[in-house]
Unconditional design. Structure first.
Length: 137
């Protein structure tokens, strides 16, 4: 973020920071924006209030733009869907992995998902046989 003479390098806010910001903004929007800015700024220095508020508003605007849904349609958002699967099974940020490691984990995640589905099918089949097997004779 920059404003003529002032420059600040900011990181993206975490969900907990955004949650706290949302709690604070009902009481005092200025303090909430100040909190948000201070949590995200990477350099410890003094900034003018006008700059701080503009940067805080910019962070909120950018964060709102990031909110996206994953399409339910087959063939769309496949990278996001694959990333979610890797994140679910291995608890890692797939966007930080080298591509070859990502695809290795993706293959393992797909196998795990398929294995779980087969186990569930087997369990359901057993339950149905036990529940209705004697009645079918």
């Amino acid at each position: 973020m920059s404003n003529d003479d002032e420059v600040a390098y900011l990181k993206s806010p975490t969900l907990s920071v955004l949650d706290r910001y949302n709690d604070m903004k009902g009481d005092d929007v200025y303090k909430a924006l100040q909190y948000l800015f201070n949590e995200c700024v990477l350099e410890d220095q003094e900034y003018e209030d006008e700059f701080l508020l503009a940067a805080g508003r910019s962070l909120i605007q950018k964060t709102a733009e990031v909110k996206q849904q994953i399409s339910k349609e087959t063939g769309q958002d496949e990278i996001k869907k694959s990333a979610a699967l890797v994140r679910h099974y291995f608890n890692v940020d797939p966007y930080e992995l080298p591509v070859d490691e990502f695809y290795k984990l993706l293959a393992e995640a797909i196998w795990l998902q398929d294995h779980k589905n087969k186990q569930l099918e087997f369990t359901i089949a057993n339950v149905l046989v036990k529940a209705f097997g004697n009645n079918m004779q």
